[in-house]
Ligand binder design. Structure first.
Ligand code: ASP
Length: 435
């Protein structure tokens, strides 16, 4: 890792690393086959998947703290944070809104819920209430969401936040702490070096973990697909909400292959599809874990080592992005809410669709980077336009699957954000080679 920092502008391939993405892809494909053909055997692989996932999650908290601190220390002077900070927030907001707009257009064109009113699925959902998450699981209104977010930003107990893997307060603390260190200059040199060295060691830890990634990911994916298929319901479920899934996947594809690439190209002149290839390990991990937070170590590693984005930008933009920048989630929430309205035969006018767009953006910001967090915060979107919570019953059975695709787009958005914000770094910080 340290030798990587010697060159922040050109792409650096670790030996054998380029192949790793192919191995992981192979593992995912093999896992899908095993999951479908031998579902009962595949289910038994869950332990292997859990071990790999835990190993990834284990480093998230120390990695976020040392990465953010190291990124700020690298800037040298916290006053230089203004422009990249504003660029990052602007990027997060604009891309999330664009994702929502794409989602709303797609769901209105495809109309996946049209003609479903009165169908057995909808009647069942209304009669049984369906497996709807309890309101106690998450905020129900925009007001509650904003209050939650504020409390999440400023914790009264840093250790508790670390234990609960609440990354936002840890990021806020790390920014302030590192800012103070930069003002200390040589007085805090030992601490500064310690943080950078700890960060480097943790990145090597990630590299080590990546060596077992194909195996871990194979177990993770096979076990989940095996579980879904063992109940023999996967195909029936996929068929009953096939059009809805097609709408979400179309929207995510447009965002991932058109909107985000255009933004990346416009601001950085990088080849976006090459960039996607360089980020493939992280994208595959996102698909396999359905968690932006668990993927964060790989996102940081791939963005720096494979895509050659400045470590300063990556260390600052991706941890924050994994927590608040969720384009895929926002798009999905908008599509799902409007699909539910269509299925229940409820017409949403333009104003209501704009309300869906705004609340979906906020709900995605509020969603944690963990599996199916978006499903919970979607209650806010439903509530904002008075849609029945029971509608969740229509989409819940395939959420674990769609979650994987939207998490992949979330992670792509974070990585591209780092590349875009890199352009807003102070020139001397950008050209500085090691810190
Ligand atoms: N699983 C998503 C993520 O970690 C969040 C969600 O949409 O549920 O990015």
């Amino acid at each position: 890792m340290s030798e990587v920092l010697n060159d922040t502008t050109t792409t650096k391939k670790n030996s054998g690393h380029g192949n790793l993405a192919f191995w992981i892809l192979g593992a995912i494909i093999a896992a899908l086959i095993v999951g479908f053909v031998f579902p009962h055997f595949a289910k038994k692989l869950a332990l292997g998947g859990e071990i790999f996932l835990n190993l990834l999650k284990m480093i998230v908290v120390p990695l976020v703290i040392t990465s953010v601190m190291s990124g700020i220390i690298g800037l040298g002077d916290v006053r230089k944070l203004g422009k990249p900070g504003a660029a990052a927030i602007g990027y997060y907001l604009i891309t999330t809104l664009l994702a929502v707009i794409v989602g709303i257009i797609v769901v209105n064109v495809i109309q996946p819920g049209a003609g479903m009113a009165g169908s057995p699925e909808v009647l069942n959902a209304t009669a049984e209430g369906g497996p709807v998450p309890k309101s106690a699981d998450g905020p129900q209104t925009v007001g509650e969401l904003l209050r939650n977010l504020t409390t999440l930003l400023f914790t009264d107990n840093l250790l508790k936040s670390a234990i609960e893997v609440q990354l936002l307060p840890l990021i806020i603390f790390s920014i302030i702490f590192a800012a103070i260190l930069t003002m200390h200059g040589t007085k805090s040199e030992t601490l500064t070096r310690l943080i950078n060295q700890a960060n480097d060691a943790l990145m090597d830890f990630v590299l080590l973990l990546m060596k077992i990634a194909p195996l871990g990911i194979f177990c993770l994916v096979a076990a989940r697909f095996g579980e879904a298929n063992a109940e023999g319901q996967l195909m029936t479920e996929l068929q009953s909400v096939g059009k809805y899934m097609a709408a979400v996947l179309t929207g995510l594809s447009i965002h991932g292959f058109v909107t985000l690439p255009l933004i990346l190209w416009f601001f950085t002149r990088r080849n976006p599809y090459r960039f996607i290839g360089q980020m493939s390990k992280a994208l595959e991990t996102a698909f396999s874990t359905a968690s932006s937070s668990a993927t964060l170590p790989v996102t940081i590693e791939s963005a720096i080592d494979e895509a050659g984005v400045s470590p300063k930008s990556v260390k600052f933009v991706t941890p924050l992005g994994a927590t608040i920048n969720m384009d895929g989630t926002a798009l999905y929430e908008a599509v799902a809410a409007i699909f539910i309205a269509q299925a229940f035969g409820i017409h949403l006018d333009l104003t209501q669709q704009i309300i869906v767009a705004i609340t979906a953006t906020l709900a995605a910001i509020g969603a944690a980077g963990i599996p199916e967090a978006g499903l919970i915060t979607m209650l806010i979107v439903l509530k904002a336009v008075n849609l029945p919570n029971e509608g969740m019953a229509l989409i819940i059975s395939v959420d674990w699957l769609l979650d994987r695709f939207r998490t992949t787009i979330n992670v792509l958005g974070d990585a591209m954000g780092a590349a875009v914000v890199e352009k807003a770094l102070p020139p001397e910080a950008e050209s500085e080679v090691a810190f």
